[in-house]
Design a protein around this ligand. Structure first.
Ligand code: FAS
Ligand code: PHB
Length: 389
């Protein structure tokens, strides 16, 4: 089998790259380790930057997002019961849209199905070959039969634990990492959200986030120890802890119900450099991880593949390698700014075991500065709604 671009991974990065290249008439094959149902069963991100919304529109898959997504003009921060709203539309004229990653993935999958393009689900033992030359190959097993896919380029969109980054010779890659001493316990519930917009809460017991998926479906998180297991958290224990960490108004208006999904996610910051190895490119979580505090993971994956698609389209249309040669430096510049913002949001909103009384005062001062300074609030707004791609 042969194609122009072999894409490893049918998460948001792989599917969106496939869509952008399809719109430019460039053929792709996507190889995905899991089943379609498994991929759609993962509950992850919930907030789209304005730039991501515009990108999905350009990709021609924005219809359901606009019909069902919730446009939010701002978010609220709550420090020890003191709540403050940051109005992004007033501060910088930009917004975010609440529309779950699951829905984005489903929209992209359905668009690809309608186009009749090849996505091999449950592709096993994917391996990458000869990407340091001009005729890379991908091998995989499907239903016990071995296949080889010849291609011009390989896009490694297979996430943090994927095979693509692992296929790069160790001495060709530098990694940068910070592992946080806590995780997020997330719960999905078919009950109305506690507020119209997201509430990021700092409390001495730990961070909490009140988010949503629709006017009838809510998503909540509480910071838990890295060693906590989801089995240790009954729904009731979760609701009691969430109530302790948010302000009185939110605690009183919280509508609880049985969880339809509950899971613990570890938090880390991670970047690999560079992101291009001959004919192999890394994008999305295969290239970087951010703590979800800044709602950047999915959005960074989208901006990576927007740049990669532009570079590949230029290669085929103009026989120019300028875009592919510049890919790594260009996306890493934006990746590190998103890493910085996600680290900063995580640092001011979470409780750290080694933070002393001085550190806790500094966290409070960050909040007071954001409340009192338009410049500080505008900086928060431009990072949260997304820096230019
Ligand atoms: P993904 O991991 O989504 O997709 C990679 C795909 O590659 C997967 O489908 C995987 O099955 C496949 N794959 C892996 N190895 C393979 C192989 N060897 N062969 C073939 N296929 C292979 N971001 C936010 O902004 N907000 C959040 O709240 C949030 N919560 C998260 C919770 C969890 C538990 C995790 C893990 C991540 C969360 N993220 C969140 C980040 C998340 O949304 C990612 O940024 C986003 O999924 C990135 O998309 P991809 O790069 O496509 O990677
Ligand atoms: C979510 O709704 O899942 C969500 C929203 C904002 C974040 C992280 C997760 O920062």
């Amino acid at each position: 089998m042969r194609t122009k671009v072999a894409i490893i991974g049918a998460g948001p990065a792989g599917l969106l790259l496939g869509r952008l290249l399809e719109n430019a008439g460039i053929e792709t094959v996507i190889l995905e380790r899991r089943s379609r149902e498994y991929v759609l069963g993962r509950i992850r991100a919930g907030v789209l930057e304005q730039g991501t919304v515009e990108l999905l529109d350009r990709a021609g898959i924005g219809e359901k997002m606009h019909a069902e997504g919730l446009v939010h003009d701002g978010v609220e921060f709550c420090f020890g019961g003191d709540r403050h709203r940051f109005n992004f539309r007033e501060l910088i004229g930009r917004t975010v849209t609440v529309y779950g990653q699951t829905e984005v993935t489903r929209d992209l999958m359905q668009a690809r199905d309608r186009s009749g393009l090849t996505t091999v689900y449950e592709a096993e033992n994917v391996s990458l070959h000869d990407f340091d030359g001009t005729s890379p190959k991908v091998r995989y097993v499907k239903d016990g039969v071995e296949h080889e896919l010849a291609c011009d380029f390989i896009a490694g969109c297979d996430g943090y634990h994927g095979v693509s980054r692992a296929s790069v010779p160790e001495n060709s890659l530098r990694t940068f990492e910070r592992v946080y001493p806590f995780g997020w316990l997330g719960i999905l519930v078919d009950r109305p959200p506690v507020a119209d917009e997201l509430i990021y809460a700092h409390h001495e017991r730990g961070f909490a986030l009140c988010s949503m998926r629709s006017p009838t479906r809510s998503r909540y998180y509480v910071q838990v120890s890295s060693s906590d297991r989801v089995e240790e958290w009954s729904d009731q224990r979760f609701w009691d802890e969430l109530r302790r960490r948010v302000d009185e108004e939110a605690a009183d208006s919280l509508v609880t119900g049985p969880s339809i999904e509950k899971s613990v996610a570890p938090l880390r910051s991670f970047v690999a450099e560079p992101l291009r190895f001959g004919r192999l490119f890394l994008a999305g979580d295969a290239a970087h991880i951010v703590p979800p505090t800044g709602a950047k993971g999915l959005n960074l994956a989208a901006s990576d593949v927007a740049v990669l698609a532009e570079a590949l389209i230029e290669f085929y249309a103009e026989q120019s390698s300028a875009g592919i040669d510049g890919y790594s430096a260009r996306v890493l510049s934006r990746i590190w700014k998103a890493e910085r913002f996600s680290w900063w949001m995580t640092s001011i909103l979470h409780t750290f075991p080694d933070t002393d009384s001085f550190g806790r005062r500094i966290q409070r001062a960050e909040f007071e500065y954001l409340k009192s300074s338009t410049a500080a609030a505008r900086s928060l707004a431009e990072n949260y709604t997304g820096l230019p791609i």
